[in-house]
Write a protein that binds this ligand. Sequence first.
Ligand code: C6P
Length: 425
Amino acid sequence: MARVDTSTSMGTNLSASAPLDESELNALREQFPTLQQSVHGKPLIYFDNAATTQKPRAVIDALQQYYCNDNSNVHRGAHLLADRATQGFEEARIALAKYLNAEAAEQIIWTRGTTESINLVAQTWGRSQLSKGDEILVSAMEHHANIVPWQLLCEATGALLKVIPVSGDGELDLEVYANLLTRRPKLVAITHVSNALGTINPVKQLTEQAHAAGATVLIDGAQAMPHWQVDVQDIGCDFYAFSGHKMFGPTGIGALYGKRRLLEAMPPWHGGGEMIARVSFEKTTYNELPYKFEAGTPHIAGVIGLGAAVQWLNAQNREAFCRHEDSLLAYAHAQADDFKGITRIGRARHKAGVLSFLLNQSHPQDVGTLLDQQGIAVRTGHHCAMPIMDQYRIPGTVRASFAFYNTHQEVDALFRALHKVVSFL
Ligand code: C6P
């Protein structure tokens, strides 16, 4: 894949011309029904992709196909519909495993998303492996989903949470990281891409260093998966957590990739149907991977929809998408830097898909509301990353986040709209 985790491709030195030509972009956009609408009487410009991405028709059709034709529970029915549902469900797991270059499909555990994947690791691996005084390293740019589960674990076990600092530009302080590793932490849990700043962290390098210090590594992949094809074996991480809805699939479904040896050693988390081999009042034994961690009826439609998203992504020219997104980001950065009154938050050398900024002294929410009235959807606020906002001493930012279906014209429209906002506020 074009983009590696050390982020060789970077926006700032690319030209503003789109690697996808206009007809390719139009054809691409036509596959996304949500993008074909007006809001407040203006054509929708959707720049809230880091919150959730839009879904291509192929995903919507797969959901409809499942509910109209195959709706059934999985792994337990003695009938054709159950067979079809089970087949679709397990094929999606295989497709996702291949997509991530996981060693085996059993290493993909279905969850509700990144948040649940991280909690699963904290509550199973964490509770069984950590004790008083053990250290967990996270970075200052983490989403709350990669902070709070570890805080809960620390409360339960007496383990200690340590923080890798982030520079004013939004980059990890690698010197302090190396120092923190000399204390031999048990876990390094770090985001691949920051949702608030757009920073791409060098996760392969971070993982190698952590492993050399004897730590287990979890990567929060929520914001990387929408942008390029992640290779978990290349990164070498022990766990990789992500959400379907941020990679053009349905909400309510995501996954945890884990190394087999760790998953096998971990105790189950939720108890119930499916996760057992045999139940008696004297002794219950647990199912094999991945079912040990999938208690109860799963989100079957979500899994099938995510499988369709993976298939759809496999059929696209992802390298062209990466170049297009880099070009969009560079174009947006250049316009932001020329715009009097904009302060960009997050100026890391390697970034993906996020323009986070403040406009003069305006409250981000006011800016967001005025952009919405002009048909432009952005997110405002702390982006569930309060610690990094505290570090910058700001309550939040305005965040425009890009996907491959966005256009340079839409970026132009954003800055035209911001000029109107300035005149209004
Ligand atoms: N960030 C955003 O607008 P869930 O909610 O489980 O699908 O994903 C949580 C999560 C974890 N890590 C990172 C880096 C994330 O960006 C997110 C979700 C959204 O930035 C919603 S808060």
